[in-house]
Design a protein around this ligand. Structure first.
Ligand code: SF4
Length: 58
């Protein structure tokens, strides 16, 4: 299921730095991501965990 723009926005840095090329805001970038018109790699900021490394137990 595709994420909604506001769900994506929660994970963006919210600095509005414009480096992604979708000014003026991070929300504009999130909206483009939500409809598949942008690549998350365009934002150099922190990203949600990808769960590549499972938590260690014990
Ligand atoms: S590059 Fe990331 S932090 Fe900067 S405006 Fe775009 S979405 Fe926001």
């Amino acid at each position: 299921m595709a994420m909604k723009a506001l769900d994506i926005y929660k994970h963006l840095p919210k600095t509005n730095c414009k480096r992604c090329g979708y000014p003026p805001t991070c929300l504009a970038f999130a909206m483009k991501l939500a409809i598949g018109k942008a690549d998350i790699e365009a934002c150099p900021g922190p990203r949600p965990p990808r769960y590549e490394d499972p938590p260690r137990r014990g």
